[in-house]
Structures are given as C-alpha cells and as structure tokens.
Design a protein around this ligand. Structure first.
Ligand code: SF4
Ligand code: SF4
Length: 299
C-alpha cells in the first residue's frame, strides 16, 4: 500500500505543467522573445512541457493547457471563434505584446475604412475576408494577465511564466519608462535636448532603449498605469517641443487601439485643424524630430 502511494507521488511529480503558445494577427516578434530566452529555455523545458509552440516544434500535445501565451489581435471571425476554443483549453491565459493587448498597429483600421486598406495591400482584395476592426484578446475572452510591449521583454516574460507556475501574481512594474531611464543613468532627452519623448506616459519594460541612444520614446510599450497623454502633449506643444500634429501621430502608432492614447491623439488633431482654420500658425510649430546629430555628440 505504502509502495503504491509513493509511486503515485512520483508519477505526479513527473507530470509537468503544459505550456501552449498561440498566434493570432501578429508579426511573430513576441513569440521570438520566448525563443530569444535561449539558455533559460532549457531550464523552462525542464520544468514545463512545451506542449504547443508552432514556432519551435511541429510536435503538438493535446490540451488542456496549464498556461497559454497568446500573441496577436482578433481580425477575422474565424479567429474570434478560435480564441474561445483556446480559452476553454487553458487554465491560465496571458496575452503578450501590443497586438494582443491593444490591437497593435493593425488597429489603425478601426478608425478608417477597412476595405480601403485591403485595396492598397492586396492585389486581389476580393479573396480577403476580415473584420472591420482589430481588437485585443480581452475584448473576446477573460485574460488573466496582459504583458505589454512591441515586442515584449524576455525577462518580463520569464517572470510571468515563473509567477503562473508558482501560483502568484507577476511582479511587473507598471510605472513609466522615465523611472527605468533614470535608474539606467541616461540623460533625459526632453529636458537636456528638447527632443519630444513619450517616456513619461509609457509603460516601463524596454530598458529605455531609445533615450539610451539619445532618441525620444515613441510609446511602443503602451500606456503606463496612470498615463496622461493630454497633459504631456499640452506641455510639449506649449514648450514648442512638438507640434500638435506630431503629438497626435506619435500616439497613433503601436498602441493606437488603446482608448486613452487614441482619444488624446484625436484631440491634438482637432487642435491642429482649429489652429489652421484660425491662421494661428505659431501654435503649430514644434521641433518634431530627434536632436540633430551634431548636438548629440556632447552627451
Ligand atoms: S506586439 Fe509587436 S512584436 Fe509582438 S507580434 Fe505584435 S507587432 Fe510583432
Ligand atoms: S519607443 Fe519607448 S518603449 Fe519603445 S523601445 Fe523606445 S524607449 Fe522603449
């Protein structure tokens, strides 16, 4: 009897939690972050069964899965059904990247006529069947955690996987990019050089790559927890750091599907149109570019 129960314990110990990685409308860049883990990937494979990861192996184990990582947005009715099936097979579901957490660059279609884009992109658009919108996964099913970034940061991804395996909340800082930028010892590009930068409203995680190379952040990690794009944009415009048009366009890139970014972007576009109609050309002027190369050399 004792022998039987210890065998059952050993068998249970051998059963590893199953991980699945799913792709929807996306460029695969976030899945690559998992492959980028390289050394850590061997350690992960020792404690997790990588059961379904098309980018790494054709070998697929059937569900249910303990943890599903979902990349990409929902852009077709087929995918809108498929994500429900993924949810049903997953104990925990984590979305990874700008596409999955806000609709991605492809969410630009949400504010235009989708058939127009289709016409420009495909030689035979009649064969394409797509939804008029690109929406985040959380619009369709319950999501247990959203990891932002385009692409995501591999260290943050490892933390998320580890947290779910240990049944705890992921320890991902939701403060602004500026905090990491200062911790890294970078000179602030906006204060020192007047370069427009979305760092104050952007979620930390990239390792402040752009400011490190004297460039302004353009928000590819999406909004931080208490993001206020209107206040930052107003300040940049009033200080002639950027024009309303530049602020508007900067907010309409990777996280254009995000409500906070998009509504602020539309406001700055309206400000531009109003100023143009009133002939207030002075208020439309801003630097709008990174600092000139010659000036960069002194940092
Ligand atoms: S978030 Fe960026 S890197 Fe990730 S899949 Fe989408 S476009 Fe690619
Ligand atoms: S745009 Fe901003 S969030 Fe993206 S890599 Fe550059 S500094 Fe980081």
């Amino acid at each position: 009897m004792r022998k039987k129960s210890s065998q059952a314990r050993n068998n249970r110990a051998k059963i590893k939690p199953k991980l699945a990685v799913w792709k929807f409308a996306s460029c695969d860049g976030c899945q690559l972050s998992l492959l980028d883990c390289e050394d850590e990937l061997l350690g992960i494979a020792e404690i997790i069964e990588i059961a379904n990861f098309a980018e790494a192996s054709r070998h697929v184990l059937p569900g249910p899965y303990d943890l599903s990582l979902v990349e990409g947005s929902i852009t077709t009715s087929h995918d809108a059904d498929r994500i429900k099936d993924v949810r049903n097979q997953s104990r925990h579901l984590v979305t990874i990247g700008a596409c999955a957490t806000s609709g991605g660059v492809q969410a630009l279609r949400n504010y235009a006529r989708e058939e127009e884009y289709r016409k420009y992109v495909y030689a035979q658009p009649d064969y394409i069947s797509a939804l008029a919108t690109s929406t985040p996964i959380s619009n369709h099913v319950k999501v247990d955690f959203e990891l932002q970034g385009c692409p995501i940061n591999k260290t943050q991804l490892l933390e998320v996987i580890s947290a779910f395996l240990h049944g705890r909340k992921p320890n991902i800082n939701s403060y602004s990019e500026c905090v990491d930028c200062k911790l890294d010892g970078n000179v602030c590009v906006m204060v020192a050089h007047g370069t427009p930068c979305l760092g104050p409203i952007t979620h930390a995680g990239c390792g402040s790559i752009c400011p490190r190379f004297n460039r302004g952040c353009y928000g590819c990690y999406g909004p931080q927890d208490s993001s206020n794009p209107r206040a930052l944009g107003d300040w940049m415009v009033s200080m002639k750091r950027a024009s309303p048009d530049f602020v508007s366009r900067s907010l309409q890139t990777y996280y254009t599907g995000n409500k906070t970014f998009h509504e602020a972007s539309e406001d700055f576009q309206k400000n531009r149109e109003k100023a143009e109609a009133l002939g207030e050309t002075e208020s439309l002027v801003g630097r709008d570019t990174d600092r000139e190369d010659t000036n960069r050399k002194d940092t």
